[in-house]
Design a protein around this ligand. Structure first.
Ligand code: NPQ
Ligand code: MG
Length: 369
């Protein structure tokens, strides 16, 4: 097939409640939604970069710029989904921008051939267990109320965002109130290795894991931490490729891996990380970046692969949004169904999409003359 170009919309979706992490506080999700136009038909992609380079180096305006100036110009002529990453490899970095472009091309190809994302990736489940990520709050009672609400909705695992000053006490409070639930924490790089003794205070609470306590590039620090605390370490930000995953495992820097396609340059690389981890007996789970229904559909399909051994941040749409751009993903017995139709198996509501669109750009594929 050939890619004619990609229509990129910048959209803004208000969150149902502010979401605070050690990186900052969000009240609105801004994202880029991509519609690829190909000789096989159209396909949808989603770029998960945030407005600011806080979770990682990428940011939304930068992602749009690199797509326009470098990525799309490299995608002229005959093209399949597997060729996208290869063509884009000479352009360094920008995995979130690349992942979005690859996702849109892959969706067009799969819709054109009648295969679902799950079918293509190797899904072995028709529904995936859902966890929920709970932001940092001002007070413990507010946190307990939020967790109680999510448990009542059926979420099978709770993840608390932590930072220095909001770690042992909230974990203790949630354990005391809710008992033996599946519980884990995510620090988004907020600690240093010198905090090891402090982090060991989480050990008595039998957490499933602590996610990314140390900086992204501190693999040796994580390896030392693995040896000094009992709670399993799970890397998120550090896992930027299948090679990085293999290195982290070889170094003993991680016991579990969070897989986010945006962070690693796409769903194909995400599947390779899954394969590397399975080969090493390392459990994986699906991360989330507050995706709309488009990215959520693909994440849920990925989470249905056999190595996904823990519930993901694959929450229902209403965890974040009063209204999603697609038919909402819902929770049934704590699980989210894997879409079965061709490609993503979901499509945006065009009128709602227009309502939330701030700007639209047409990026033609290939070198323009
Ligand atoms: C994580 N996600 O696992 C990320 C971090 C994160 C669900 O905890 C806007 C867009 C705000 C993406 C805040 C979850 C965000 C974001 C946090 C991602 O580390
Ligand atoms: Mg994380």
């Amino acid at each position: 097939m050939e890619l004619h170009g990609i229509e990129v919309r910048r959209v803004a979706l208000p969150l149902v409640a502010p979401f605070r992490t050690s990186l900052g506080r969000q009240t609105v999700r801004t994202a880029l939604l991509l519609r690829a136009q190909t000789t096989l038909g159209e396909g949808w992609g989603e770029c998960v970069a945030e407005d600011d380079p806080s979770y990682c180096a990428e940011y939304l305006d930068g992602a749009l710029d690199v797509m326009r100036r470098f990525l799309l110009p490299a995608l002229g002529g005959e093209l399949g989904a597997y060729a996208v990453a290869e063509r884009l490899a000479p352009i360094k970095g920008h995995p979130m921008a690349k992942a979005a472009v690859e996702m849109a091309v892959l969706d067009a190809q799969l819709r054109g051939t009648g295969l679902s994302f799950g079918g293509f990736l190797g899904a072995v489940r028709s529904a995936v267990p859902a966890g929920v990520s709970v932001g940092i709050m001002d007070r413990i009672p507010e946190l307990l109320e939020a967790v109680a609400g999510y448990l009542a909705q059926g979420y099978l695992r709770i993840k608390l965002k932590i930072e220095p000053g909001w770690d042992v006490e909230p974990v203790r409070a949630v354990r005391e109130r809710f008992g033996d639930i599946d519980l884990q924490v995510d620090a988004n790089t907020a600690y240093q290795l010198r905090d090891a003794r402090h982090l060991a205070k989480l050990d008595p609470f039998d957490l499933l894991l602590i996610e990314q306590p140390l900086p992204e590039d501190d693999l040796l620090g994580h390896a030392a931490l693995v040896r000094s605390i009992r709670t399993p370490i799970c890397l998120d930000e550090s896992i930027t490729s299948a090679r990085a995953a293999a290195h982290a495992i070889a170094l003993g820097a991680t016991s579990v891996v969070n897989i986010k396609p945006g962070r690693v340059g796409g769903y194909l690389e995400a599947r390779r990380i899954h394969d590397v981890c399975v080969a090493h007996g390392v459990p994986v789970w699906a991360g989330g970046m507050l995706e709309t229904g488009l990215g959520r559909a693909a994440n849920v399909a990925l989470a249905a692969l056999p190595g996904f051994a823990l519930p993901g941040d694959t929450s229902a749409s209403d965890r974040y949004y009063a209204r999603d751009v697609t038919a909402p993903f819902t929770l049934v017995d704590g699980h989210v169904r894997v879409p079965e139709g061709p490609g993503l198996g979901v499509a945006p509501d065009q009128d709602f999409l227009d309502e939330i669109t701030i700007a639209t750009d047409w990026l033609p594929a290939g070198r323009q003359r």
